[in-house]
Design a protein around this ligand. Structure first.
Ligand SMILES: *[C@@H]1O[C@H](CO)[C@@H](O)[C@H](O)[C@H]1NC(C)=O
Length: 286
């Protein structure tokens, strides 16, 4: 994030003043950056504030949200998922605005029976409408170690990354299709650990083994580099790095590699669901 600043010729002090004006939050201290909003003690910040754990047991899950709101930005977190039998549990990392016509950008991690693979589920809501799911397997065991999951959101693109590899690109096709893209409503960062045994694992057939509770996911190094909603223009000027980012050819190749080898569901390709034709934003020509 600092790179966006040092690349330019601003004196360091001027640069940091600009960043502060633009409301940019720096790599993380959970004590400063988030509020644990539910779970009655099941969400815990550890050590010097770099680690946050969210737990789920039969009585409740838990979750946190960022203190700041952002209009565009780049959001990274390192996440280590529940090891062993995590069937029925869902860990999340997402951005959302408020209200019934809200916008939302989701990463959800659907647990599984012991030895079976996690599903990484993504979705994009605009103006209250979602239904834009893409799902992936990971090319590693996401329970064995921390991996970085990132959302980049600017006026033209929403990009999902895993360890720096793009896994999904959702472009702003509003001009061509009329399908709204999130451009107006500031969002907070959220994360949660919750129980979805009715549907999450193999369509709800595999239930949660509550004798193994609590189920715990660990979050590290939350970094939010975003525009404060009041001052998006100033922020855009000082943050070219992600504000104008799109995929170069190397990144496009990586994206195709992921989609070819690890994508297990794409709403755009679900002809059974969309019998009248795929949603307009799916057409490549748009
Ligand atoms: C769990 O594992 C099964 C069997 O490998 C797989 O079909 C399923 O997609 C996996 N994920 C979830 C969330 O059920």
């Amino acid at each position: 994030m600092m790179a966006s600043c040092s690349k330019r010729t601003f004196a360091l002090i001027l640069c940091s003043v600009l960043l502060q004006l633009a409301g940019v939050a720096r790599a993380g201290n959970f004590y400063q950056d988030v509020d644990i909003t539910w779970g009655d003690g099941r969400g815990k910040i550890a050590g010097d504030g770099n680690l946050l754990t969210l737990s789920l047991d039969r009585a409740s899950g838990s979750g946190f949200q960022s203190k700041n709101q952002y209009l565009y930005g780049r959001f990274d977190v390192q996440l280590k998922l529940v090891p062993g039998d995590s069937a029925g549990t869902v860990a999340t990392f997402y951005l959302s605005s408020q209200g019934s016509a809200h916008d939302e950008i989701d990463f959800e991690f659907l647990g599984n029976a012991s030895g079976e693979p996690y599903t990484v589920h993504t979705n994009v809501y605009s103006q209250g409408k979602g239904g834009r799911e893409q799902q992936f397997r990971m090319w590693f065991d996401p329970t064995a170690d921390f991996h970085t999951y990132s959302v980049l959101w600017n006026p033209t693109h929403i990009l999902f990354y895993v360890d720096g590899t793009p896994i999904r690109e959702h472009r702003n096709r509003q001009a061509a299709t009329g399908v709204p893209f999130p451009t107006q409503q500031p969002m907070r960062v959220y994360a949660s650990m919750w129980d979805a045994e009715e549907w999450a694992t193999q369509g709800g057939r595999v239930k949660t083994d509550w004798s193994r509770a609590p189920f715990t996911a660990s979050y590290k190094g939350l970094a939010a580099s975003g525009c404060a909603s009041q001052d998006a223009a100033a922020c855009a000027r000082s943050n070219g790095a992600w504000m104008y980012q799109e995929l170069d050819t190397t990144a496009q190749d990586r994206l195709l590699w992921v989609q070819k080898n690890y994508m297990i569901y794409n709403y755009c390709a679900d002809t059974w669901r969309f019998r009248q034709g795929a949603p307009p934003e799916c057409a490549a020509a748009n």
